[in-house]
Ligand binder design. Structure first.
Ligand code: CDP
Length: 204
């Protein structure tokens, strides 16, 4: 079965958690596309050329070690480059249409990578709530982080991701919006599953 669930949204809105839960629920492949940009960002911090780094990326480059504030900022800087985005597009499209179903989360999945996706979600939350969540996630590993610093990083990344010319972050006109500002993440997952169930039932 070919079935793509495309999820976009700003930093720390909960889209990764929703994407992982949907993939587990339906037995679909999951690709966190932000990790691709983070891996390129990490290589650039280490001195690599961004486009070459994107072309040379392998699965071994991906992992949770990329989930730091510095690498997130570097990812959003390399993500404005159309040549970097182009180098990462094919692998994302291949996975989106792989047999057995796929969930992809990122910034341009509904709009650019998989506009044909059967299910489209835009997961968002207020900047303050997102900063609180990201601070809670990262502060144990990085004692130098402050909540205010994380909020500033989130706002700077929003501005760069939404303001860039190539594939800016925007809610697709046909995406269902889930605002998790006042929602426990389990409720967001339930809302996403309910939405996808309706689409699957219509196709059955
Ligand atoms: O986890 P979080 O939402 O904070 O970020 P991420 O999804 O890992 O993405 C890191 C950065 O990569 C974003 O701020 C974007 O600049 C970029 N990105 C993108 O441009 N397009 C995507 N499909 C995914 C990520």
């Amino acid at each position: 079965m070919i079935f793509t669930i495309a999820i976009d949204g700003p930093a720390a809105a909960g889209k990764g958690t929703v994407a992982r839960a949907l993939a587990a629920h339906y037995g679909f492949t999951h690709l966190d596309t932000g990790l691709l940009y983070r891996a390129v960002g990490a290589k650039v911090l280490a001195g690599a050329d961004p486009v070459q780094a994107a072309r040379d990326l392998t699965p071994d480059d991906l992992g949770d070690h990329l989930r730091t504030a510095d690498i997130a900022a570097a990812a959003s800087r390399v993500a404005v480059d159309p040549a970097v985005r182009a180098a990462l597009a094919d692998v994302q499209r291949r996975i989106a249409r792989c047999d057995g179903g796929a969930v992809l989360d990122g910034r341009d999945i509904c709009t650019v990578i998989a506009p044909e996706a059967e299910a489209k979600l835009y997961v968002t939350a207020s900047p303050e709530v997102r900063a609180d969540r990201r601070f809670a996630e990262l502060s144990a590993r990085d004692p130098n982080l402050t909540r205010q610093g994380v909020l500033e990083d989130v706002l700077a990344r929003d501005a760069r991701d939404m303001g860039r010319a190539e594939a800016p972050l925007v809610a697709a006109a046909d995406a269902t919006v889930i605002d998790t500002s006042d929602m426990a993440i389990d409720d967001a997952v339930r809302a996403a599953i309910a939405h996808v169930d309706v689409i699957l039932a219509e196709r059955a």
